[in-house]
Design a protein around this ligand. Sequence first.
Ligand SMILES: Nc1ncnc2c1ncn2[C@@H]1O[C@H](COP(=O)(O)OP(=O)(O)OP(=O)(O)O)[C@@H](O)[C@H]1O
Ligand SMILES: [Mg+2]
Length: 355
Amino acid sequence: MLSYEDIIENLSEGVIAIDLGKKVSVFNQSAEKMSGVSRSLVIGKDLNEVFRRDVRLTEMLAKTLDEGRLFAEYEEKLHRRFGGTLPVGITTSQIFDLNGNLSGAAALIKDLSGIKSLEAGSLRKERLAYIGAFAANLAHEIKNPLSGIRGAAQLLSKKVKDESLSDYTGVIMKEADRLNNILNGMLDFARPAKLNKTEINIHKILDSTVLLLQEGLPRSAFVKTYDPSIPDVMGDEGQLTQVFLNLVKNAKEAISKDGHIQISTRILTEFHLVEEGSPGGKMVSIEVKDDGCGIKQSDLENIFTPFFTTKPKGSGLGMAISLKIIKEHGGLLKIDSTPGKGTSVTVYLPTEIGL
Ligand SMILES: Nc1ncnc2c1ncn2[C@@H]1O[C@H](COP(=O)(O)OP(=O)(O)OP(=O)(O)O)[C@@H](O)[C@H]1O
Ligand SMILES: [Mg+2]
């Protein structure tokens, strides 16, 4: 028989719970590992005393206990006992006893060190701005001669009677088209934002994305878990569709024939983000999760770099463009992947953009 204690003890997330007097009453194994502090040193002690350096964590737990404020995936740095900090996501909740009386508060602490926050550092931003301008110029320069090459190959294909030679002109045209697609992607990426915002229904976008990418997969490959209460968001329908097409296409390319792609939506009412400039308040989250090949840690660092691809025919622009579009909507993109197990990409969009 499973006991709640065993479950809490073995969660990969750290669990810290306090009682009404703000004394620590639960501190599981993962919390010990993350903080580097043994539970024997903290159980029964005052929260503020134990986490003197983690002011935000103690504040969050106190606010949850005293005011009922909940924090969802609040990004913070947890101080480790022997130096250094660990990036973590903190989610809090109040605890009630069987009679419904408030008996404490708990924080669930997720180790984010393996997760790539798409909030780019300033160096990366500069590099992207430079690459953007460079790419736009280069794309323009290449597009004209390329259409000349394609046109000439097409003319040639009409004149050439020898079938073995027309195969070659076919290859020229196909490859010219592929290059042209890449160039269009580059221009999309480099173009300054011009969002045509309307009220949009995310579920509609997701449904049409699935419809477009359904081919070649059994119906059961897609698992949709939609939260019917999510509100419309203000956004550019075409561009957001492009984002979900990219994400679902990546998932499709990562899974095996009998793999699954789970698309879930949620509304987060108290979404607090530490990053400067990010909106607080209500956010809609859309997760595209696959049970495919996953992404190696060393690749994870590069997937938002334009042209980074591990696919023979990939352009490596899908994720870079998606990130750009989501940022232009005031949102965030997070990715979590385990090689061999699968990948989860979550898009967070504010619901009150432009208000
Ligand atoms: N869901 C996923 N599962 C496994 N790997 C992924 C996933 N999403 C992205 N990747 C990795 O990130 C890389 C970059 O993705 P991105 O969408 O930017 O380009 P691409 O898919 O290679 O090419 P394109 O999107 O232009 O067809 C991919 O080549 C792949 O290695
Ligand atoms: Mg892709």
